[in-house]
Design a protein around this ligand. Sequence first.
Ligand code: ASP
Length: 346
Amino acid sequence: MYKRLLIAGFLIILALSLSAKPRIVILATGGTIAGSASGAAQASYQPGVLSIQQIIASVPDIEQLAELKGIQVCNISSQNMEERIWLELFKTIDNLFTHDLCDGVVITHGTDTMEETAYFLNLTVRHTKPIVITGAMRPATSLSADGPFNLFNAVALASSPEAQNRGVMVVMNDYILSADDVTKTNTVNPNAFSCPNYGPLGIMRDGLPIFFRESPFRHTASSEFNITNIVSLPKTEIIYSYAFASDVAINAIVDSGADGIVVAGVGHGNYNRAISKGLEKAYARGIMVVRSSRIASGGVDQAAEEYDTRWPVSYNKNPQKARILLMLALTKTKDSKEIQRIFKEY
Ligand code: ASP
């Protein structure tokens, strides 16, 4: 009798745990997915208007995927993203996962700097549970708004056991894109994101992920960056390279007290003499320099034209991602060889 009861109890617990929906927390930050326009076909609109509760309510069947909890972190356009919000997102997610308060996190975000927030969290949240970022190119009030399906796919992905330990992922237009490579490649089209070096991680189909590949880089649980006690990040800037660029911008950056500079070079990370002189000055003052490229794919390595090999190259990281990796590298070291090692691994 006792044995039978024990087996029955075990089976009930098993059934409950099998039928229990994953617990997903949605951290909302604003953007076009929360945007509103006065007409359904209007191109101009105001981002960051709708609350996360309103957004969730607009997605049919989403509650069937997971037990959802929405938290409004802020409601901004992502061009106004702040360091303070990045640190808050990091702390919130770290806390949720450390105390097993949820099984996965979805972040709704403006698309303009989505790749930057994704890469920052990819380097700092040292957990294996899924973190998925999504947004929209069309406001919520638009004809065929893309936000609801993107959010549905993001929650479905964050709920999937297959999404564990894959690094932070962006889900847009059915694609699953890795934080280390994803970038915005179209200013207006709903198919605005791609991974120009490695291709998408996978696609969402019928609410399930189909993965094609894994990230070849260190991320999340295998990251060496511990920012738990950090209240402000090193200051890193980007200098853009172009035909007959002057030294005005580079000098201003060097004099601003920056800790690091990423140069968005032309071609294979090249820059002219004016910028070169400014970078020399920066390096002599102890400001770390990283050579990257304004070109979308191919990356930058040391086998270059006549450039200074004292400072590291960004490999496949575009300038905006290189700036974030440099920022985090500088929390650990000022040694250029060590920073080059970091750029190779992340
Ligand atoms: N400017 C908006 C933002 O990044 C664009 C968008 O969300 O699509 O917040």
